[in-house]
Design a protein around this ligand. Sequence first.
Ligand code: 13P
Length: 251
Amino acid sequence: MRTPIIAGNWKMHKTAAEAVLLAREIREAVINIDKVETVLCPPFTALGAVEGAIADSNIGLGAQNLYWEEQGAYTGEVSPLMLAGLCDYVIIGHSERRQYFGETDETVNKKIKAALAHDLKPIVCVGENLAQNEAGETNSFVGSQIKGAFAGLSADDASKIVVAYEPIWAIGTGRTAEPEGANEIIATSIRGTLTELYSDELAQKIRVQYGGSVKPSNVESFMAQPDIDGALVGGASLKSDSFVALVKGAL
Ligand code: 13P
């Protein structure tokens, strides 16, 4: 019912020239795959070049961030107006942005609204840190992040969002969540909260990815979970062979 979605978050990696090479290799390998949605999220400086490399293909393009104003004196920021027509998706509220760049549930919510107003589909990231995990606060924390992110959104807008559950302690560490445990958190704190806010129907419609040290060797165990609809991938998305293996692992 929900089409799996494998998205590569290239983070601050790849020059425009390197990005084009990687995108071309991925394109060639996934061109006939239509049961899994493939999305590439290069840095801003490579978006235009990657758009060209994946033109007329089944691959989607995403940015890694945006600002909520359309234009103005905001040195260094990129607006939804600039991304509209270029990208399909935009990652919002990644834990690295919350940790290093001061993003909060409120700014995440403003960015989501700005993206949706310009027909960009948000990939909204939530997830607890190690201390919260060990203190048993995961469910309440992730639930509160979902409430903050979706505040003031209509059901129609909410249905366009992809949520990525990324436990911070699993990002780039090689340490993954147990697939069953991640599924339980997604079912309870993400779909459960969306049911509270909207309806069970909407909660079942929204796609939820897992992120955090996803690799070809573990992707199938995550995809086998009923509430996990794909992966948001960092490290393993930077090489075509591993990324393509992830897309195939989601088939
Ligand atoms: P890794 O796959 O490198 O752990 O990164 C996950 C992530 O942060 C994707 O957004």
